[in-house]
Ligand binder design. Structure first.
Ligand code: ATP
Ligand code: MG
Length: 240
């Protein structure tokens, strides 16, 4: 693997108990790229992310992060190495307000030599959150919670951010805010992204590279340009 590969998954098999979910998955996330994993419901996107983050599935194969083998490392160790993870269920603390939720993002920094983002810096990227600053997490809409979850993951200035279906269940206007925030973040920080999506138009606005997963296997890998130039892939693997 080249020095500029931030995340490399090799020959990954993942299991829930005796259910064999992922089959020999290879994935590479170059520094500065935005890699999108597309796939239908149940294809294995969340399982892939949870396998990378060591959050549940039993895995075989290897996960290398920033040039080091981290297979089997505890999740907090990965966060402290500079990975931000926004799970599909968001995990916002309902009794804490927006600013308190953001401050919880500081913990992911560990001993890395970075200054956590202040709420003001976060609000520059997510203007919508500023208006909600004093609101409790439990009083936010699903879309607002999603923005907050991404903002919170950003506070520790991760080098690599994993977003599991960020646009899922969001109204078009919130998807638009999300897109603006993600593009703005990439521009400001050069952050590398790995995202799972089913919303192809959204994914195409962000992606540099595309993988398609189907029944736990990678069935396509290419640049965004190559993916867009071949509509048959979308028809075959992503249409319902
Ligand atoms: N905890 C679990 N135990 C057993 N099987 C599971 C578990 N979680 C997911 N699965 C199965 O693993 C397969 C892949 O699920 P996964 O959640 O990774 O899909 P996904 O691509 O994220 O789908 P979605 O787009 O609906 O989020 C599915 O067949 C699912 O039923
Ligand atoms: Mg999922």
């Amino acid at each position: 693997m080249g020095a500029a590969t931030e995340l490399e998954v090799r020959g990954l098999d993942a299991f829930y108990g005796t259910s064999h979910i992922l089959h020999h998955v290879d994935l590479e996330v170059p520094a500065g790229s935005a890699v999108v994993v597309l796939g239908r419901n149940g294809a294995g996107k969340t399982t892939l992310f949870r396998s990378i983050m060591n959050l549940g599935p039993t895995v075989k194969g290897s996960v290398r992060l920033f040039g080091k083998d981290v297979t089997g490392r505890p999740t907090y160790g990965l966060a402290r190495a500079g990975v931000g993870f926004v799970p599909d269920d968001r995990r916002i603390y309902s009794g804490f307000d927006v600013v308190e939720n953001l401050r919880l993002g500081n913990f992911a920094k560990g001993s890395r030599d970075v200054e956590p983002m202040t709420p003001e810096e976060v609000f520059a990227v997510f203007p919508l959150l500023e208006r909600l600053a004093g609101r409790k997490g439990g009083q936010l809409s699903g879309g607002e919670q999603q923005l907050l979850a991404i903002a919170r993951a950003m506070v520790a200035r991760p080098k690599l951010m994993l977003l599991d279906e960020p646009s899922e269940g969001l109204a078009p206007v919130i998807v638009r805010s999300l897109l603006d925030a993600v593009l703005d973040l990439r521009e400001r920080t050069g952050m590398t992204l790995l995202l799972a999506e089913q919303n192809v138009p959204f994914a195409m606005r962000v992606a540099t590279d595309v993988y398609v997963v189907e029944e736990g296997e990678i069935v396509y890998q290419g640049t965004r340009e190559a993916f867009e130039a071949d509509p048959s892939i979308k028809e075959r693997y992503l249409m319902v």
